[in-house]
Design a protein around this ligand. Structure first.
Ligand code: PEP
Ligand code: MN
Length: 339
């Protein structure tokens, strides 16, 4: 439920209404706006009886929100949220286009350090790399697991880059959060509600990938789990969805970026690597994501993609990423000025 107050409502009115909501056994969330204040109500599991609020002179309108998400919606928070990563890099709103790059999986110290040094030179602030790899086949490389986390921690300390890695189990939240700056929820775990609940209690920003076949409502419902458990720092990531088309690994749903930005205040980024699965489609779709309003891109790159232990065919060579970063910067400058 969302309670929109009159222009004339005073701070005392707001406090009074909040008290009534608490008495109803629910939780008020004040939403100050440029025009007028609103109060969001959470904690209900169904229709809220608003009798105690009806007739209150400070209230202009009571809106019953029927969507499965509230805190992530623009109704509750009209302005864009800007998430700060590692205390220094911002994403969302009018922040610079965020670039995240790195190998699909952490394979060795040498591979990770070589990539990190290259990214640092390029000005890419965030290094990605999977330590726990959820693979389709149990015969495929499963990641270095705790060993991979240790390498990510070493590399971030040595280079000053921020690091992001996927978390696959609620039991891992503490150890992963100790070793990296940003937690990633992968497509396969988008609806692992226990995992979402645990990262909601963590003190690190979360990149939430869209599920393999998730609708927008399901995706935002998952983000809501994280916010409702206390973590407001969620970045959504479109990474392609499964359709009848098999020419590409997934179908890059670029239209969903402006669409979802209308519904939510959270930053939205794009992963062209998993969205396409093909190296030569990564750059064109990454560039397109700038034009449709993505707040950033997460791109797989490898010092030797032909011998990568996972996702080699979609990983860029260093020189290709260098070219892409230059083009992304040029396009970002152009769109900010002209579009
Ligand atoms: C990844 O980013 O390494 C990954 C496994 O992606 P997704 O969860 O989108 O498939
Ligand atoms: Mn991958």
């Amino acid at each position: 439920m969302l309670i929109v107050l009159n222009h004339s409502a005073s701070a005392k009115d707001v406090e009074n209404i909040k008290k009534i909501i608490v008495k109803m056994g629910l939780k008020p969330v004040a939403i100050p706006g440029a025009e007028r204040t609103a109060i969001g109500v959470i904690g209900n599991q169904g229709w809220v009886d608003d009798t105690a609020l009806k007739g209150n002179k400070a209230i202009m309108e009571i809106i019953h929100v029927t969507k499965p998400y509230k805190l992530v919606s623009r109704d509750f928070h009209p302005a864009d949220t800007v998430v700060t990563l590692g205390g220094k890099v911002k994403v969302g709103g009018r922040s610079p286009f965020l670039m995240i790059a790195g190998p699909c999986a952490v394979e060795s110290r040498g591979q990770l350090m070589k990539t990190a040094k290259f990214l640092k030179k390029l000005g890419v602030p965030v290094l990605r790399g999977g330590a726990y790899k959820p693979r389709t086949s149990p015969h495929s490389f499963q990641g270095l697991r705790e060993g991979g986390l240790g390498l990510l921690d070493e590399v971030r300390k040595e280079t000053g880059l921020l690091v992001v890695t996927e978390i696959v189990s609620p039991e891992h939240v503490e150890i992963v959060a100790d070793n990296v700056d940003i937690l990633q929820i992968g497509a396969r775990n988008m609806q692992n509600f226990d995992l979402l609940t645990e990262v909601g209690k963590a003190n690190k920003p979360v990149i939430l990938k869209r599920g393999l076949s998730a609708t927008v409502e399901e995706w935002l419902g998952s983000a809501e789990y994280i916010l409702v458990n206390g973590n407001p720092d969620v970045v959504l990531c479109e990474r392609g969805i499964r359709t009848f088309e098999t020419a590409t690994r997934n179908t890059a749903d670029l239209a969903i970026i402006p669409f979802v930005k209308k519904l939510t205040h959270l930053p939205v980024i794009f992963d062209p690597s998993h969205a396409t699965g093909k190296r030569d489609l990564v750059s064109p779709t990454a560039l397109a994501s700038v034009v449709v309003g993505s707040h950033g891109a997460m791109i797989e790159v490898h010092p030797d993609p032909e011998h990568a232990l996972s996702d080699g065919p979609q990983s860029l060579h260093f020189r290709e990423l260098e070219r892409l970063v230059a083009r992304l910067k040029a396009l970002e400058a152009y769109t900010k000025k002209n579009l």
